[in-house]
Design a protein around this ligand. Structure first.
Ligand code: PFF
Length: 442
């Protein structure tokens, strides 16, 4: 069999992992989840979830991936625990489902780029969203987005994924900084910052049961955890890097990008239609922002920049979602990567036709509320209680971690992460179930 691929360097790995993390979750969901959940109060809980739960969980995936040098499904058997393969399979299945609806939203972004150039959404953003978000236009744009995703993954780990993310991540950061700086000059921007940055703990106390699972789900999703993606990415890395250092860099850059997105979105909304209009489901973000761009001078150009940023972010993540199942098939059957990427992408495209006909919310909530916490629960129990000795040994490779620090991590993974995830899972499943029976998704 051909030799397994690797990143060209540590920096290449970091770009790819940041690319996976930085996505629609940062720029589309994060500001709007913050707006729906009481502004800065949500931000505080989210940051705690990212650093206290997300960061140690990322190390779980890195340890499994680098130790086994295998995709997320084969990794467990390779480590000698074949009966845990289901945990990896659940994650990869979730990645596949996520890819199917993520690509639909990626398709919306393509339509909004076209709409920026034609001025299509500037007059009536609600009608435009209705026209592009479901039906044949949505399916067509979803196909285009999936094709580009497949094209990048087909080129390989270093020549496809690494090269694409090395271009897209700097572009995202430069353009977002530009947008945020421009937004600061708008009159009325101050009200946006106030909403974003001054926490109202009354809101937090009153909505704790909603805010905590949203923040935790968002923390896992934004860091691409639970789906075997970070296992696959870490399996292509060398043994001498420090996993905690790499993980810290990835978490910090991902957080900076989300915060930057808030610094662009909140002043723009506050200066136009108001922050209050931005809360709500999948579509409100597009409608509220497009409406805001319509009220701004050269709004089409601001919109164009924003949606290009969103497209790069979405693509650099969708390639990782495709890589998780692709790496499994390539590792297991030795089939050519290009063939596998096309095949997996085609099936995910077909599955995505369902969300493209109006069920993005259903798919999104199934992933956020149920699949994600479940997958994280299993891998944390696996590393904490089953493969604990190997995991600690792998964690310290390439580091000068003290034994106190590694012990803390291990107990954190054993106790704190599973409890936090169980609470999230309980609240998520009950929320999802009540959505199903109330008919909210149909
Ligand atoms: N982290 C990506 C985002 O924030 O949009 C989404 C994502 C990618 C989730 C890959 C999970 C994953 F495995």
């Amino acid at each position: 069999m051909a030799q397994r691929e690797t990143w060209t360097s540590r920096v290449g790995f970091i770009f790819a992992a940041v690319g996976s993390a930085v996505g629609l979750g940062n720029i589309w969901s994060f500001p709007f989840q913050t707006a729906s959940n009481g502004g800065a109060a949500f931000l505080v809980v989210y940051l705690l979830a990212v650093f206290l739960i997300g960061f140690p969980t990322m190390l779980i995936e890195f340890v499994i991936g680098r130790r086994s040098k295998q995709n997320a499904i084969s990794a467990f058997g390779e480590l000698g625990y074949g009966n845990w393969t289901f945990a990896g399979a659940l994650g990869v299945a979730s990645a596949f489902i996520t890819l199917s609806f993520y690509s639909v939203v990626g398709g919306w972004v393509i339509s909004y780029i076209v709409g920026s150039l034609t001025g299509g959404y500037l007059g009536d953003p609600g009608t435009f969203f209705g026209a592009v978000s479901s039906g044949t236009v949505a399916v067509g744009a979803h196909a285009v987005f999936m094709l580009v995703t497949v094209g990048i993954v087909a080129f390989g780990v270093a020549d496809g994924i690494e090269r694409a993310t090395k271009f897209m991540i700097p572009a995202i950061i430069v353009l977002l900084v530009g947008l945020a700086a421009w937004a600061a000059t708008l009159s009325g921007a101050g009200a946006g910052y106030a909403y974003y940055l001054s926490p109202d703990f009354g809101v937090l106390a009153a909505n704790f049961g909603d805010i905590v699972p949203s923040a935790m789900g968002q923390a896992f999703f934004t860091l691409s955890l639970g789906f075997g993606v970070m296992i696959a990415y870490a399996s292509y890395m060398g043994r001498d890097d420090s996993l905690p250092a790499d993980s810290a860099i990835i978490v910090v850059i991902n957080t900076i990008v989300a915060l930057l997105a808030g610094f662009a979105v909140f002043p723009i909304l506050a200066a136009t239609s108001g922050v209050g209009n931005a809360s709500g489901g999948a579509g409100t973000a597009f409608i509220a922002l497009a409406g805001a761009f319509g009220q701004l001078p050269v709004g089409w150009l601001i919109g164009l920049v924003f949606f290009v940023v969103l497209l790069f972010a979405a693509l650099s993540s969708s390639i990782s979602l495709l890589e998780a199942p692709t790496s499994y098939v390539v590792d297991t059957y030795g089939t050519s990567r290009a063939t596998v990427a096309v095949g997996v992408g085609a099936v995910a495209f077909v599955l995505g036709i369902i969300p493209a006909y109006g069920y993005v919310g259903l798919f999104n909530d199934l992933v956020f509320d149920v699949l994600l916490p479940l997958a994280v629960l299993f891998i944390s129990l696996f590393v904490g209680w089953v493969a604990d000795a190997e995991s600690v040994d792998e964690l310290v490779q390439g580091t000068r971690l003290s034994s106190g620090a590694t012990t803390l991590w291990l107990w954190w993974v054993r106790i704190v992460v599973p409890i936090a995830v169980l609470v999230t899972l309980y609240l998520g499943v009950t929320g999802f179930y009540s959505g199903l029976v109330s008919g909210a998704y149909f």
